[in-house]
Ligand binder design. Structure first.
Ligand code: AMP
Length: 221
C-alpha cells in the first residue's frame, strides 16, 4: 500500500502515519522528520533547510526531492509506505509521480485530513515532539505517561521551534496557498479521499484503516 496523508499542520498526519505504519507494517516516511534529523546532525542539507523551517517556509523542492529519493532507495519501501508531509505543492506531486513511475509504481490512495482552524491552533499550541524518534504528544489531548519523556523510546520531549504562534500562522498561510492545487491534482486522478480530522485520533485512525481495507478488497483492473 502506497499512501499519502495530506492536510494542514496540526491535522494529525504524523500521529496517524505512525499508527498506520505500525498496523500495516509499512515504513512511515515524514519529510519533516527527515529534515529535522538532518538539521540535528548538521548535514549540509540540514544547514540549507533550517532557515526555511524556522520561518515556516517550504524548503526548496530540489533539496526535499533528493532527500526523498534517497529514502526510497531503502528496501523497506518495497512493500509500500505511508508518506506524511510530501507533497506540499503541485511540483512535488509531479515529482512524486515521476519517482514512482521510474520504479513502475503508482500511489494507491491520498487521504486528505480536513481540519478546522480552531483545532489546528489548539493542537499545535500544545504539541510535544520526541527529540529521538519524532513521535508526537500533546500536553492535554495526548499527554505522555511521564512528563517530558517519550512513551515509545524514552527520548526527551520538546516544543518544536516552528510551533510558536507566529510561525504556525506562516505555515498555515503557505499551506492554504498550495493545498487547492494538490486536491485538484489527486481528485483528477481519482486518488483523493477526504476525512474530517477534527475528531479524536483513534476515530480518525479507524476511518483511515477502513478506507485502506476497502481499497485492498476492491477488484483490481
Ligand atoms: P512538518 O513536520 O511536516 O510540519 O514540516 C516541518 C517543516 O519542514 C515545514 O514547515 C517545512 O519548512 C519543512 N518541510 C517538510 N516537508 C516539506 C516538503 N515536502 N517540502 C518543503 N518543505 C518541507
Amino acid at each position: 500500500m502506497r499512501m499519502v496523508l495530506l492536510g494542514p499542520p496540526g491535522a494529525g498526519k504524523g500521529t496517524q502515519a505512525n499508527r498506520l505504519a505500525e498496523k500495516l507494517k509499512l515504513p512511515h516516511i515524514s519529510t519533516g522528520d527527515l529534515l529535522r534529523q538532518n538539521v540535528k546532525a548538521a548535514t549540509s542539507l540540514g544547514k540549507e533547510a533550517s532557515d526555511f523551517m524556522d520561518k515556516g517556509l517550504l524548503v526548496p523542492d530540489e533539496l526535499v526531492a533528493r532527500m526523498l529519493m534517497q529514502r526510497f532507495e531503502h528496501a523497506d519501501t518495497k512493500r509500500g509506505f505511508i508518506l506524511d508531509g510530501y507533497p506540499r505543492n503541485l511540483k512535488q506531486a509531479e515529482t512524486l509521480d515521476e519517482i514512482l513511475k521510474a520504479r513502475v509504481l503508482d500511489l494507491d490512495i491520498v487521504i486528505y485530513l480536513d481540519t478546522s482552524e480552531a483545532v489546528i491552533i489548539q493542537r499545535l499550541g500544545g504539541r510535544l515532539a520526541c527529540s529521538s524518534c519524532g513521535a508526537n504528544f500533546h500536553i492535554k489531548n495526548m499527554p505522555p505517561r511521564e512528563s517530558g519523556i517519550c512513551d515509545n523510546c524514552g527520548g526527551k520531549l520538546y516544543q518544536r521551534t516552528d510551533d510558536q504562534e507566529e510561525t504556525i500562522k506562516k505555515r498555515l498561510e503557505v499551506y492554504k496557498k498550495e493545498v487547492y492545487s494538490l486536491i485538484k491534482y489527486y481528485e483528477a486522478r481519482k486518488k483523493l479521499y477526504r476525512l474530517s480530522a477534527d475528531e479524536d485520533a483513534e476515530i480518525v485512525l479507524e476511518k483511515i484503516i477502513h478506507l485502506a481495507q476497502e481499497l485492498d478488497d476492491s477488484p483490481k483492473v
